[in-house]
Design a protein around this ligand. Structure first.
Ligand code: AGP
Length: 580
């Protein structure tokens, strides 16, 4: 995780770098810091916690044309100012910000004769650079050769009016404008200021100067790179017009789904469905919420295309004894397109000469670069750590994908359109929240596609309200978990499939018989009394996973707010999980 950015230009860069860090804060918010050149010296300002804490420490008169910055998600060493980046080398020659992990840092540390002030791998890296000989770029290259692991770094040298960049595995991009050069971990840092940017490949290096950027390979040869056009990238909806990004993003879901529909059906999204139809089976691989989208994607393909699908959690697939097949398409779903486990599995599949498709929300992300087929989602930028609109657009995109593979999409176009035009944002009743917030033990149950909503609903509640809850298949309750049901337990039952109504009713009765309380979420009446009921609008069954998750997202958000937590920045998490 962690986000880095760097700016060099004719004007003061402090504000631009801090503003860039705010855009990258989703990558971690344990601490943040900047380092800059001032009268031939390197100075640094750091702070624990969110970037607003750092801002308070930066006086108005602080000014520099050469600045690097970092927002941290702690990997090596606790959350404290000593471990916050930038890290300065022992003799004060270099300052470094780093996203990634130096896996062999303990070995490297043993060979350096330094008094380390932090517990971080980055302090080892920057001292490794200082210990090398040559120009700053040569020293960075030599140090990089010794490093095992991943890095996107920006490096300051106290006697050089430049910023040095290096990349391996972690994302890094740089853009050149008339007032200077800016670099960052993702494209959002360029919003509104640059039309084109350069995306680094592994083991590429660069020198940023006020008037431009030069790129080099690991042998020090200057290389030329092609800039990509970022004018079409959706920066428009980044401003916070609600109290929290999560609320804003929940509310944006109907619009994001409409956008998805129009991209497929009237804006001529280019995608080679004919090539995909040749595959006999599909293997979906992802993490977290994206894994839940995969479960639904697989159900859609099995239902509409009658093709065999497997679904794996990336961190399990990676070390599992998988059976590979060239007739199988490996589909990787990821909002960020940077998740380390997902990326590692995609590389593994590519190395075997097999075909990779990815479904991602961030253009030019690392996953897109290695995929044979890229199916974008159109959620727009998602800032809150808890995924909401990215999830529902993934599910909708995978539904449309499955329909196109079975040539049903055009036939069902009107139905899809009716759905996106009629879906409203669904509110969660405040009084109901009051009632159910008493419960400390919560289970989410459902069958088939409702089971996926149960998993996703439980994940939301865990990650932002820190409640110990569990999502599970309704039919599994009786195989053990029923032992936990008592009058202090709330079971949230999601039931949107009419054919499974009777089965769900039986499960609800079993819970009631043990004194458990039940909140039923459904679009139709059931022949069973429940303690609470949330009525969903009634759409075709294939749309119901999108409909049923919205009140569950709202529930998690309201629960978190009621408990006094910031839903946008849950503890111990980051939006882009670039560690394994
Ligand atoms: C979602 O609410 C979570 N924050 C998390 O599970 C997330 O979906 C997961 O880390 C995968 O991220 P990705 O979609 O960017 O790969």
């Amino acid at each position: 995780m962690c986000g880095i950015c760097a700016g060099i230009g004719h004007e003061n860069q402090i504000d631009d770098v801090v503003c860039g860090l705010k855009k990258l804060e989703y990558r971690g918010y344990d601490s943040s810091g900047i380092a800059f050149l001032k009268n031939g010296e390197i100075q640094a300002i750091k702070s624990v916690g969110q970037i607003k804490n750092l801002e308070k420490k930066i006086d108005d008169e602080v000014c520099s044309h050469v600045v690097i910055g970092h927002t941290r998600w702690a990997t090596h060493g606790s959350v404290c100012e000593e471990n916050a980046h930038p890290h300065i080398s022992q003799n004060g020659e270099f300052a470094m910000v780093h996203n990634g992990i130096v896996e062999n840092f303990e070995n490297l540390k043993g060979n350096l004769n330094c008094n380390f002030k932090s517990q971080t791998d980055t302090e080892v890296f920057v001292n490794l650079v200082e210990a090398e000989s040559g120009t700053p770029l040569e020293r960075l290259m030599k140090a990089s050769r010794k490093v095992v692991g991943s890095f996107a770094v920006a490096l300051l040298h106290k006697n050089t009016n430049s910023i040095f960049l290096a990349k391996r595995k972690s994302p890094l991009m740089v853009a050149v404008g008339k007032d200077g050069v800016f670099a960052g971990s993702d494209i959002s840092v360029f919003a509104g200021k640059f039309d084109f940017c350069y995306i680094f490949e592994d083991d590429e290096f660069a020198i940023m100067e006020e008037d431009g950027v030069k790129f080099f390979d690991l042998n020090g040869n200057q290389i030329s790179k092609k800039a990509v056009d970022i004018r079409d990238f959706d920066f428009y909806d980044e401003d916070l017009n609600e109290d929290f990004y999560m609320l804003k993003e929940i509310k944006e879901q109907p619009a994001a789904l409409r956008k998805t529909y129009f991209k497929f059906f009237s804006e001529g999204l280019q995608f080679d469905f004919e090539a995909i139809k040749k595959f006999k089976s599909f293997h979906f691989i992802a993490c977290g919420t994206a894994y839940h989208s995969c479960l639904l994607g697989a159900q859609f393909i099995q239902q509409f295309c009658k093709k065999d699908c497997k679904v794996s959690i990336a961190s399990e697939f990676r070390y599992g004894s998988n059976i590979y097949s060239k007739n199988c398409l490996y589909v990787f779903v990821s909002q960020s397109g940077e998740t380390a486990d997902t990326m590692a599995c995609a590389s593994l599949v590519k190395e075997k000469g097999l075909k990779v498709m990815c479904v991602t929300n961030v253009p030019y992300c690392s996953l897109n670069k290695l995929a044979d087929f890229v199916l974008p989602t159109f959620a727009g930028r998602e800032v809150a750590v808890a995924s909401t609109k990215a999830y529902t657009t993934q599910v909708f995109t995978l539904l449309i994908f499955a329909l196109f593979l079975n040539d049903k999409a055009t036939r069902l176009q009107d139905e899809l359109k009716r759905f996106v035009l009629n879906l409203e944002n669904l509110q969660f009743n405040e009084c109901l929240l009051e009632e159910i917030s008493k419960f400390k033990k919560i289970f989410f149950i459902g069958r088939e596609q409702d089971y996926v909503s149960a998993l996703e609903g439980a994940l939301k509640l865990k990650e932002i309200a820190y409640l110990n809850c569990l999502g599970m298949p309704a039919g599994e309750l009786k195989h053990g978990t029923l032992a936990l049901i008592d009058p202090q337990t709330l079971v949230i039952a999601i039931s949107t499939q009419r054919a499974l109504k009777g089965k769900m009713e039986s499960n609800i009765e079993e819970i009631k018989a043990r004194g458990g309380k039940v909140l039923l979420i459904s679009n139709f009446k059931h022949n069973v009394e429940t303690d609470f009921f949330v009525e969903l609008p009634d759409f075709d069954e294939m749309f119901m996973p999108i409909v049923s998750i919205i009140p569950l997202q709202q529930l998690a958000l309201n629960f978190a707010l009621k408990l006094g937590y910031n839903p946008d920045k849950p503890r111990n998490l980051a939006k882009s999980v670039t560690v394994e």
